[in-house]
Design a protein around this ligand. Sequence first.
Ligand code: 3AM
Length: 179
Amino acid sequence: MLRLFVALDLPEDHRRRLYALRDPSWKARWATPDQFHLTLRFLGPVEEDLLPELTRTLAEIEAPAFELAPRGLMVLPSLTRPRVLAAAVDPVPELHALQAEIERRVVDLGFTPEDRPFRPHITLARLKQVPTAAVRSFLQRHRDFALTPFPVRAFHLYESHLHPDGARYEILHRFPLQP
Ligand code: 3AM
């Protein structure tokens, strides 16, 4: 079984800037620069036999390239239950259209439909025991957080390798978007 997800990759400079937000004093697992991505669809454990059909299906998607601008920080699932600290992105219709198309295609292949609304985010940290007050003050301190837009020219199929000290994400396939 392969643990798979579909996501967008980020440029090096944006990774560095996101990593610079890190507060090492928190009881949290901060993502390292190589772990940053924006998940479009978590697929979960997939039989290796299914991989050719899955990649063929994703390769059929015709969607335009677009620009994405990280802006604002958010906490998931909620500020009263802070589990994940993440960067948000400016809403762009192309991002949501791409996510919807991927969702449609994978459901056609037999994956269970995602029942949660798509909340695009780049995970910065998984919080263990960080008091809400500390999270609030972090969000306040970084309330103007924004990065320059970057071009999204492809989406990717990732394999997630789980390790006790954090996941390693490996890009298995690159699917170009239309220029
Ligand atoms: O992009 P982020 O970090 O939000 O949380 C996992 C990570 O999301 C998510 O898939 C991404 C790559 O691991 N993930 C893990 N298990 C999941 C599940 N059961 C899940 N998303 C939805 N359902």
